[in-house]
Design a protein around this ligand. Structure first.
Ligand code: SF4
Length: 385
């Protein structure tokens, strides 16, 4: 058995930086125990056995794959750069530079499927806090339609649950989840009623009289809890913001939090879709002035505020995308794939935790494969050349 670490785990956006990895053959365990983190490490280690690149599924040299990817991007009518699930800050910076050069749209969200609408946070801002502030100050944490016990297994512990000090966990979810099982207060209306519930909470909090149906007792129970504390946190994610109307619901949550701030400190903590999402978002914000989806098609960065799905992209470059097992993928049908060294396992780098705190990633199992940042820089040279 070998022991690696301590390292920063990139198994989810929590980026726990106190992790030791124990490996014995194919068996991987993490200390402190986390099955999601162990799965991440094992999966990323297995990528080292793959060829350095493929073109149309056939093994290829990295140089030839880069040349084909550059050709595809140069001839693209409407290119997009997406993915970033396992990306570092360095990868995202290189991707934004390339997108700027080729006039692409950059997005860490899904470019097909149901469209959630114009983005709430870049347009209206949000009240946020670090994990440490929430742990030390929040006495009520409301988890809105998320199951961090499954997706971010150490989150509740990092927020102080199970430790000293009294705090109440409120869970809004009609599903029986592992997180709901730990709740001190459960609110079980269906997802379709979230916008009504948030708007009603906002109105009640402002002292307005409104007509309410069966939601009334659940909402007043929550408001009573909130009235007794000086600091409250709302944890949310794709359960609230994804799908049609998702960003309208997010806007309603942030409006409620803003209103609650008049009498107490109220903050939000967004659970990112993937470990690299926050890094990509922050890089976009630094380099373009906007987070979310940013379009370079006009020659300068523009925040994508579309309320409807975007038009078709003929060439997509996916950067460290979970579905493709990491790497760089280019082409309309994933024609080119180039293996990258997995950040946090075989490549060092920097990543931003879900609350925006930057952390160093280590390379306990160094690999000769290039990082996505290095490949993107080479791709930019070829596209320019
Ligand atoms: S909670 Fe997330 S970051 Fe922390 S050890 Fe588990 S998978 Fe890794």
């Amino acid at each position: 058995m070998s022991e690696l670490g301590p390292i920063t785990c990139m198994g989810c956006g929590l980026l726990c930086d106190d992790v030791t990895v124990e490996t014995s053959g194919d068996d991987v365990r993490l200390r402190p125990e986390c099955r999601l983190g162990a799965r991440w490490f094992a999966e990323r280690t297995r990528l080292t056995g793959k060829p350095p690149a493929t073109i149309n599924g056939e093994p290829a040299e990295v140089g030839a794959a880069l040349a084909r990817a550059a050709e595809l991007l140069r001839s693209a009518r409407r290119p997009a750069v997406s993915g970033f699930e396992g990306a570092t800050v360095e990868d995202a910076r290189a991707a934004v530079a390339l997108a700027d050069r080729i006039g692409a749209l950059v997005s860490h969200g899904s470019l097909d499927g149901p469209w959630a609408g114009a983005p709430a946070v870049p347009l209206r801002g949000s009240s946020t806090a670090t994990l440490g502030e929430i742990r030390d100050r929040s006495r009520v944490v409301v988890i809105w339609r998320e199951d961090p016990e499954r997706t971010h297994p150490r989150l509740l512990g990092r927020l102080g649950f199970g430790g000293p000090g009294e705090r109440t966990l409120v869970v809004v979810d009609e599903r029986e989840t592992a997180t709901a099982a730990r709740a001190g207060l459960r609110l079980t209306w269906s997802r379709e009623r979230d916008l009504v519930a948030l708007s009603a909470l906002h109105a009640l909090q402002r002292g307005l009289t409104i007509r309410l149906d069966e939601l009334a007792s659940e909402l007043s129970g929550l408001l009573e809890r909130l009235a007794t504390v000086h600091h409250v946190t709302f944890v949310y994610g794709a359960g609230l913001t994804a799908g049609p109307g998702g960003q309208r619901r997010a806007l309603a949550l942030h409006e409620l939090v803003r209103s609650l701030c008049q009498e107490r400190h109220a903050v939000t903590l967004e659970l990112p879709a993937a470990p690299g999402t926050r890094s990509a978002d922050d890089v976009l914000a630094w380099q373009t002035g906007y987070a979310g989806s940013v379009d370079f098609a006009s020659g300068h960065p523009e925040l994508v505020m579309a309320t409807e799905p975007l038009d078709e992209f003929d060439v997509t470059l996916r950067v460290e995308s979970g579905g493709s097992g990491g790497g760089l993928v280019a082409g309309p049908d994933a024609e080119v794939w180039i293996r990258t060294a997995a950040a946090g396992v075989s490549a060092e780098g920097t990543a931003h935790r879900l609350d925006g705190v930057p952390l160093a990633l280590q390379a306990p199992q160094a690999d000769s494969a290039p990082t996505a940042a290095a490949l993107l820089a080479r791709l930019l040279e070829r596209v320019q050349g």
